[in-house]
Design a protein around this ligand. Structure first.
Ligand code: PXP
Length: 236
């Protein structure tokens, strides 16, 4: 299973002081040395962590795949077309949220998603939609002609160890089976840690996990290369 490492929090530390360190570009290099198959960044509209400068440099220097998470907005499309990440993951974005707080409502925002995804795909950029693991959401993605989805593991992860988490895991597995029948490329992520990763890593249909917070948190003690290598080992 592949691992894309989200390095937003390196930029969060930098922006806490409006300084020029730590640099997410260095973080990307170390993550790749630790075995990352991709680098994920979320260029938020409020620019609270990743800046356009990071997208520009990362696009030029990383050896693996660059996945840019972005809001469903034509302003963001302009930026994506300028820097051409390998993939854009469309996520819901709310001003006051601490982190992405749920999957996209694909049914409610069908037209907007179609416009944004259409422009990205036409420019040769892959598109993934971050969705909660519901069958209706998957059907809506299929109707839109989307080929890649990232299933939100957040509910499973934040309740891990509980009965609720077991139900969420079953929901994820059902969503995976359904999506696989429709030939989706399947990704997953949110809230995953060394402690809760195992049952998710055991779902072999998932091609790639997208993990940020826990890896960066552990990097403070272990170093980033080692923190990534440990997670990568647990995926296989
Ligand atoms: N996937 C998406 C769409 C996200 O927005 C995030 C958080 O930025 C992640 C995965 C990674 O979540 P975490 O930082 O909790 O590992």
């Amino acid at each position: 299973m592949k691992l894309s490492v989200n390095i937003d929090h390196i930029a969060t530390i930098r922006q806490a002081r409006m300084a020029n360190e730590p640099d997410p570009v260095y973080a990307a290099a170390l993550a790749e040395m630790g075995g990352a198959d991709g680098i994920t960044i979320h260029l938020r509209q409020d620019r609270r962590h990743i800046q356009e400068r990071d997208v520009e440099i990362l696009r030029r220097v990383i050896k693996s795949k660059l996945n840019m998470e972005m809001a469903v907005s034509m302003d963001m499309v302009k930026i994506a077309l300028k820097y051409k990440p390998d993939m854009c993951t469309l996520v819901p974005e709310a001003k006051d949220e601490v982190t992405t707080s749920g999957g996209l409502d694909v049914i409610m925002f069908t037209e907007k998603i179609q416009e944004v995804a259409g422009n990205l795909l036409a420019a040769g950029i892959s598109v993934s939609l971050f969705i909660d693991p519901g069958i209706d959401n998957i059907k809506a993605c299929h109707r839109l002609g989307i080929r890649t989805i990232e299933l939100n593991t957040g509910e499973y992860a934040k309740n891990s160890g509980s009965n609720y988490a077991r139900l969420e895991l079953e929901k994820l597995k059902k969503a995976v089976t359904y999506a696989k029948k429709l030939n989706f490329a399947l990704l997953a992520g949110h809230g995953l840690t060394y402690q809760n990763i195992k049952p998710i890593a055991a779902i072999t249909e998932i091609e790639e996990l997208n993990i940020g917070h826990s890896i960066i948190a552990n990097a403070a003690f272990l170093g980033l290369k080692e923190a990534v290598a440990r997670m990568k080992e647990m995926l296989n």
